[in-house]
Design a protein around this ligand. Structure first.
Ligand SMILES: [Zn+2]
Length: 434
């Protein structure tokens, strides 16, 4: 892998308190950022590969804090339904038909889509997770893989044991781009006994827990009916909030829940598109941020989004909370962009290694071409990224110092083959009669 020197771009380091650097330089050495700052303070050029970022904004790769990657196979398969009907009558039966190769090609399709849109890391929760790992390793993207643990499956206990072995094996293999987690699907699908075992496994392995939490009003009501406390209070009763945790959604929260989330430093993946599409409600993101909770952004799976475009997600996050609160100063552009980068990385427990362009961090970097008519005239690049840009404006995607996408072409895999194979897999998995 060549060392890189990215010159002539406007650099957004996304570090706390950063200001755009009009003539910036970003250097990577052996996969790590060695410099990010003004050109006039950079070291003399050496024999690095030079990337001319003229007309581009250079920023950290976007971090998708919650998805189910292989659900690309279900894109457009079951739209416009109630959550429970969607899950129980459509998604879960189709997922029973998944074979390893389906998850591999579906994940690879999602990886190609994300690399094109500047997403360099994704937090996954899905079946047969070794296939998502294979897709991540083959495509060059960074991944936080985990299998999805569902208490009602006949082999639930065996799957939990396998998930712990999966984490252990990945830790032994020590891939620098793979950061495993343990993922109980949700409180309403995992009994207490199982959650406690997950907690033990997570502590022993030293990995975070990835869970859906407080997504719907009925989920919260059911928890009050069954346990006499909210899902978040119940997780606290079980001791699980003392373990590093990424909670997806967190739509229906009490003030006490928000206080607990802040106190226990639970990371949140806000998924505005999915919450809107499934009519789950409005997550109290301004209140969470105000309380000091780390709130990142996720696309959720492609069956409830239906894409993996994190710039679109940040755009929607900026708009949704304005209309909900009636206050146009809520979630300004710089907050939305921080949620898609630094805060998502922090929420995943990866804040020390990715999420900003700072010396010593992994060189996960994107260049966004700002020369198109819809991004002119040149003004605040953060405003343009959030309110005017699309994922397709990303010109170059670099993960750990490796250029994995350039000028709309993923360089690590054959995209035509990925699309053809994923299309075949999708046809079989979603063929109800077959
Ligand atoms: Zn989800």
């Amino acid at each position: 892998m060549a060392d890189l020197r990215i010159i002539n771009g406007t650099v957004l380091t996304m570090a706390p308190g950063y200001e755009p650097i009009a003539d910036g330089v970003v250097c990577s050495r052996e996969g790590l950022i060695s410099y990010a700052g003004p050109a006039d303070q950079a070291s003399e050029p050496g024999d690095e590969q030079v990337i001319d970022a003229s007309g581009c904004v250079v920023l950290p790769g976007l971090v998708n804090a919650h998805t189910h990657l292989a659900m690309t196979l279900f894109r457009g398969y079951a739209d416009d339904m109630m959550l429970q009907e969607w899950l129980e009558d459509w998604i879960w039966p189709a997922e029973m038909r998944l074979r390893p190769e389906d998850v591999y090609w579906g994940s690879l399709l999602g990886a190609c889509e994300m690399l094109r849109a500047g997403v360099t890391c994704f937090n996954d929760m899905y079946h047969i997770p070794e296939q998502a790992v294979a897709a991540a390793l083959d495509s060059g993207i960074r991944a936080c893989p985990s299998g999805v643990l569902l208490g009602f499956l006949p082999n639930a206990e065996q799957l939990l044991e396998e998930a712990i072995v999966f984490v252990r094996q990945l830790q032994q293999q020590n891939h620098s781009r793979i950061h495993p987690m343990l993922a109980p699907h949700a409180l309403y699908t995992c009994p207490d006994e199982m959650l406690l075992k997950v907690g033990e496994g997570a502590v022993e392995a030293g990995v975070p827990i990835h869970i859906h939490l407080c997504e719907t009003a009925s989920e919260v009501q059911d928890s009050y009916d069954e346990h006499g406390e909210s899902p978040i209070e119940h997780l606290n009763t079980l001791g699980l909030l003392d373990i590093p945790m990424l909670a997806a959604h967190c739509v229906h929260l009490s003030e006490a829940d928000i206080t607990l989330l802040a106190e226990k430093q639970v990371g949140i993946a806000h998924c505005p598109t999915s919450n809107m599409k499934l009519a789950s409600g409005f997550a109290p993101v301004p209140e969470l941020l105000e309380a000091g909770v780390v709130v990142g952004l996720g696309t959720d799976g492609c069956a409830s989004n239906n894409n993996l475009d994190m710039l679109a997600e940040a755009h929607l996050a900026a708009l949704l909370h304005k209309v909900h609160s009636g206050d146009p100063t809520t979630i300004p552009a710089h907050t939305a962009l921080a949620m898609a980068t630094r805060l998502s990385a922090q929420a995943l427990g990866l804040g020390d290694i990715i999420g900003t362009l700072e010396a010593g961090k992994r060189a996960d970097i994107i260049l966004v071409d700002m020369s198109s008519p819809h991004l002119q005239p040149p003004r605040d690049p953060v405003s343009h990224l959030i309110y005017a840009a699309h994922g397709s404006d990303v010109k170059t995607t670099i993960v750990e110092g490796q250029i994995v996408m350039n000028d709309g072409e993923v360089l690590t895999v054959d995209e035509a083959e990925v699309i053809a194979r994923a299309t075949q897999c999708a046809a079989r998995v979603t063929d109800i009669a077959g």
